[in-house]
Design a binder for this molecule. Structure first.
Ligand code: TPP
Ligand code: MG
Length: 332
C-alpha cells in the first residue's frame, strides 16, 4: 500500500509544471522517473524475509523495492526531489538511491545490480556471515552479460544470492516476445544447474512463499536461486511515456489485475476487518504524504557542491584539500 500510494503521489508531483508541452527538466522532480505501480507484490514478498545486513540491488524502477527493504523514506524522497538532505545529497536522483544503513543500492544500467549482489554474497561467504544478497532485474535484462556472468559466478562459488526477475511483459516499448525466445525467465537457471522458480501471478503471498524457500536456501549456504515473478506495469515505462505502442487491452488488463486489492479481498475472506485494512491504508498514506511534504521543504544543493563526492580524488584544483595520494603514481 505504501509503495502504490508513493508512486501515485510522485506521479502527481512529477507532472506539476511539465505540461502542456512535456518538459523533462521542469517541476519539482527533474529528470526521468520510472514508476513501479503494479510491481508491489514482488518487492514486498521478497524483502519481507530480509534483514538490514542483507544486501539488495535494484534496477531503474526501484521505489517499491527500496521501501520494502526499509530505506529511509524521507531521505529517499528528498533524493528524488533533488534536495540536499537526500540519500546522495540530491545529486543522484531516483535511479541512484544508496542507503548503507540497510545495504540498498540501485542503478539505471540494466542488469548492473547483479555483479554487486554477487560481490556482497562473496563477502558474506568470506566473512563467514549468514547474510544474503538479492539482485532484482527486469525481464528485459535477462540476456545481458552482466546477469548471465553473475549467475555463473554465484553458482560456481555457491554464493548466498537470489536473483529476482520482475516480468512486466515490457522493456520500454518492446514486448517480451520480441526480446527473447525464453517465455519463462526462471529457465535461465537450468543452464547453470541452479534452482529456478516462476511465480506466474503477482500474488504477494505466493511470492513470499517462493522467496522464503530461495532466501532460506541462500542463508543456509545451499547456494543461489533464480526467481521470476509476474508483475504488471500499470503506468508508462517512464513518466511522460504516451504508450502509443501498447494495446489498450494490455493496459486495461494490468489495471484490473490489482494485487493489492486482491490481497485485501483475501484478507477480508480470512476474517480481517475492513476497519483494519483501512487503518493500514490510512497509515501508509500518512507516511507517504509526510515524507513528500518534508522533502519539498528541504533546501536544494548549492551549485558549488556539484563537484563534491564525484571522484574519490577530485582532479587537482577542484577542491582546496590535499590529494590523499600522488595522482601521478608513485614507487608502488
Ligand atoms: C545496459 C543498458 N542498456 C539499455 C538501457 C536502456 N534501458 C533502460 S530501461 C530498458 C528496458 C528495461 O526493461 P526491463 O528490464 O524489462 O525493466 P522494466 O522497465 O520493464 O521494469 C532499457 C533497454 C540501459 N539502461 N542499460
Ligand atoms: Mg520489463
Amino acid at each position: 500500500m505504501t509503495a502504490r500510494y508513493y508512486e501515485e503521489r510522485l506521479q502527481e508531483e512529477y507532472l506539476e509544471g511539465k505540461q502542456p508541452a512535456f518538459d523533462i527538466s521542469a517541476g519539482p522532480i527533474p529528470g526521468e522517473l520510472h514508476l513501479a505501480a503494479g510491481h508491489e507484490a514482488s518487492g514486498a514478498g521478497v524483502c519481507a524475509h530480509l534483514r538490514d545486513d542483507d544486501t539488495v540491488t535494484a534496477p531503474h524502477r526501484p521505489h517499491h523495492i527500496a521501501i520494502a527493504k526499509g530505506v529511509d523514506l524521507k531521505a529517499m524522497t528528498a533524493e528524488i526531489f533533488g534536495r540536499e538532505s537526500g540519500l546522495s545529497s540530491g545529486k543522484g536522483g531516483h535511479m541512484h538511491l544508496f542507503d548503507p544503513d540497510v545495504n540498498f543500492a540501485c542503478s539505471g544500467i540494466i542488469a548492473e545490480g547483479c555483479p554487486p549482489a554477487v560481490g556482497a554474497g562473496l563477502a558474506a561467504k568470506k566473512r563467514n556471515e549468514d547474510s544474503v544478497a538479492v539482485a532484482f532485474l527486469g525481464e528485459g535484462a535477462i540476456d545481458q552479460g552482466a546477469f548471465l556472468e553473475s549467475l555463473n559466478l554465484a553458482a560456481v562459488q555457491n554464493l548466498p544470492v537470489v536473483f529476482v526477475i520482475e516480468d512486466n511483459d515490457w522493456a520500454i516499448s518492446m514486448p517480451k516476445e520480441r526480446i527473447t525466445d525464453v517465455t519463462d525467465g526462471s529457465k535461465r537457471a537450468e543452464g547453470f544447474e541452479l534452482p529456478g522458480v516462476r511465480v506466474d501471478h503477482d500474488d504477494a503471498v505466493a511470492v513470499y512463499d517462493a522467496a522464503r524457500e530461495a532466501i532460506g536456501r541462500a542463508r543456509d549456504r545451499n547456494g543461489p536461486t533464480l526467481l521470476e515473478v509476474q508483475v504488471h506495469r500499470r503506468m508508462g515505462h517512464f513518466m511522460g511515456d504516451p504508450e502509443t505502442y501498447r494495446p489498450e487491452e494490455d493496459q486495461e488488463a494490468a489495471t484490473e489485475r490489482d494485487s493489492i486489492e486482491r490481497l485485501a479481498e483475501d484478507l477480508r475472506e480470512a476474517g480481517v476487518e475492513d476497519a483494519t485494512i483501512e487503518e493500514l491504508r490510512a497509515e501508509s498514506h500518512d507516511r507517504v504524504d509526510e515524507a513528500i511534504e518534508w522533502a519539498k521543504e528541504q533546501p536544494k544543493p548549492e551549485p558549488e557542491a556539484a563537484h563534491e563526492d564525484v571522484f574519490v580524488n577530485p582532479p587537482s584544483g577542484v577542491t582546496d584539500s590535499e590529494p590523499e595520494f600522488d595522482l601521478a603514481g608513485g614507487d608502488d
